[in-house]
Design a protein around this ligand. Structure first.
Ligand code: HEM
Length: 370
């Protein structure tokens, strides 16, 4: 059979004109598919802000750290369960909110920034990412930070801020002029920065509060949609960093303290859901909601175990904020889809790279459930 016949699947029955038409159709299909990939990859619009450009910027600012998350690079895996109080069932049909329901969880605590071997510092933003394992393979993945609001309200703001806040190698601090120009162009970020700066810095992960910052919507059984934001509020009373803690020569002091706390007794947070009212900003994570909004304590997260990042545990998970169970949906916040796209890009790059051990090498209490 000739090459033409191989390509067209034709045999002697096809006329030269029909073979030519079929080849043109195949060519159009190939060009269309290539075009779709080029479009999705951002090659047709190099000026647009794509997930690839966002992740390139993390690499530009932090340097190459193959195998690690491009943000929140230093972390520790955890496991436990969520015990529902039943109080969320009236606002969301998500099965984990059912009365008496216990849902296994895995997750990760981490420090923001793209430096996997940086020493822990009290002021670095801390995070709590959780994965709720619901029946029938359904999941809820959520990443939460310990700040009251997010510093930017748009993906463009995030991209610009990353560079403006890049430490100058000479001083170790961001260039004040670059930061001034960023805040002048993003007044909402200047307001958010003052709220973030004024936050209480607690002694560690276990007594810290972690917030969704982005808004979502809960869907009730009768179809009612309620805008929500949530927070994981510690059961442990928050205290400030002690002088003894500050002077300890341990680069992983925050992670080590968390691991010791879990070994002593499970660490618990309440999942407190704030119900938004019409007019509360759902598409601007730099703005807090009024403090008098009603909130519901929908259950308790109980962390019973920790484990260093390794093959197949939380290291190889993408805590995409749009992986949601039935009963929870995203909002009109533009950060949500940008996060989803950027996390996928970061995940794809790191998944294909060689791995080096995490700086946080802790021994699991039991190793169970991770
Ligand atoms: C446009 C805005 C944002 C961008 C581009 C961005 C980017 C990223 C990237 C690239 C990662 C690493 C993902 C991976 O490799 O798995 C990450 C992790 C994370 N981000 Fe964001 N982020 C954004 C906004 C936010 C917001 C609003 C929050 C709110 C709490 C947040 C919380 C987190 C957390 C908790 C993690 C760590 C999850 C883990 O432990 O794996 N991010 N972010």
């Amino acid at each position: 059979m000739s090459l033409l016949n191989d390509l067209t699947g034709a045999d002697s029955a096809l006329s030269p004109r029909a073979a030519c038409l079929r080849l043109t159709a195949i060519g159009a299909l190939v060009a269309g598919t290539t075009g779709a990939f080029a479009y999705a990859g951002g090659w047709l619009s190099p000026g647009d802000l794509t997930q690839a450009r966002i992740v390139d910027r993390f690499e530009q600012v932090n340097g190459p750290h193959p195998g690690f998350r491009r943000n929140h690079a230093k972390g520790l895996c955890l496991a436990g369960r969520f015990e529902s109080s039943g109080r969320g069932a009236g606002v969301s049909t998500a099965s984990l909110f059912g009365t008496g329901r216990v849902t296994p969880i895995t997750g990760r605590i981490a420090l923001a920034g793209g430096q996997p071997y940086a020493a822990d510092a009290a002021t670095t933003v801390r995070s709590l990412a959780l994965r709720f394992h619901l029946p029938d393979g359904e999941e809820w993945r959520t990443g939460n930070n310990d700040i009251p609001v997010f510093p930017v309200r748009s993906p463009e703001g995030f991209y610009t801020q990353l560079l403006a806040a890049k430490p100058d190698p000479a001083t170790g601090r961001p260039d004040p002029e670059a930061l001034k120009a960023f805040f002048a162009a993003h007044p909402e970020s200047a307001k958010a920065a003052s709220l973030i700066k004024a936050r209480t810095i607690t002694s560690g992960f276990a007594d810290d509060t972690f917030r969704s910052l982005n808004a979502f919507r809960f869907i009730a059984a009768d179809g009612t949609r309620t805008p929500v934001r949530w927070a994981f509020v510690p059961e442990q009373v928050a205290t400030a960093e002690s002088p003894a803690q500050r002077s300890r020569a341990d680069e992983n002091v925050l992670f080590d303290d968390f691991e010791s706390a879990v070994r002593r007794a499970p660490v618990r947070w309440h999942l407190v859901v704030t119900l938004g009212q019409p007019g509360d900003p759902t598409a601007d994570a730099t703005r807090p909601w009024p403090v008098e909004r009603q909130s519901l304590d929908v259950g308790t997260v109980i962390v019973a175990d920790t484990q260093s990042e390794a093959d197949g545990n939380c290291r190889d998970v993408n805590f995409d904020p749009l992986v949601l169970p039935a009963g929870i949906v995203g909002s009109d916040d533009p950060l949500l889809s940008a996060r989803s796209a950027a996390y996928a890009q970061s995940f794809t790059r790191r998944a294909g790279e060689p791995k080096t051990p995490s700086a946080v090498q802790n021994t699991p209490a039991t190793g169970a459930g991770l």
